[in-house]
Design a protein around this ligand. Structure first.
Ligand SMILES: [Mg+2]
Length: 178
């Protein structure tokens, strides 16, 4: 029997990238923003324009994505899913060319059981077809034809119409019942 396919996003799903952006922004601008400032808002709405450019420069630098923390329970649950499903890591990363190597190295370090064949680094996820998609952005989920799982993030609290998951443990329970 063919295994069903799951497309899993990296930033703010497998990797705590938002946390690093916030930390870096506060560090370079001597600010003290917390996650709560970003409830239902994008970074762009909070960071002032001048400083937003500074953080964008940081995100474009080689190494920015290399040391991002892994989300709690992601390794354990993705590993379990990988045993039952065909897991693909799908990241809209080509906007940040230096991130491509960082992301491959990061996956090799934390998710060595994921083959390079199962990594899709792209610019637009509407090209992606699979049975399930786990993502924090509505723009990626809304064009997806399979089942959508919205990974809850501070910036997507106002988005309705998707099954929402607050943790990898909740995702594990969902797939236990599939
Ligand atoms: Mg994401």
């Amino acid at each position: 029997m063919t295994k069903k396919r799951i497309a899993i996003d990296m930033d703010d799903v497998m990797a705590a990238t938002g946390r690093k952006i916030l930390k870096t922004y506060n560090h370079i601008n001597s600010t003290a923003f917390t996650e709560q400032h970003f409830e239902n808002k994008s970074y762009f709405e909070i960071f002032d324009e001048k400083n937003y450019h500074k953080i964008r420069e940081e995100v474009f630098k080689p190494g920015f994505f290399r040391d991002v923390e892994v989300m709690a329970d992601a390794i354990e649950v993705v590993k379990k899913l990988h045993e039952i499903y065909e897991v693909f890591i799908v990241s809209a990363a080509t906007e940040f060319p230096n991130s491509l190597k960082d992301k491959m190295d990061w996956l090799e370090e934390h998710f060595p059981f994921i083959s390079w064949r199962n990594v899709v680094l792209c610019g637009d996820k509407s090209i992606v077809a699979a049975d399930y998609m786990i993502d924090d952005h509505e723009k990626n989920l809304k064009t997806f034809k399979g089942k959508t799982l919205m990974f809850s993030a501070i910036h997507n609290q106002m988005v309705n119409g998707y099954q929402r998951f607050k943790s990898w443990k909740e995702i594990e329970v969902f797939f236990d019942n599939e």
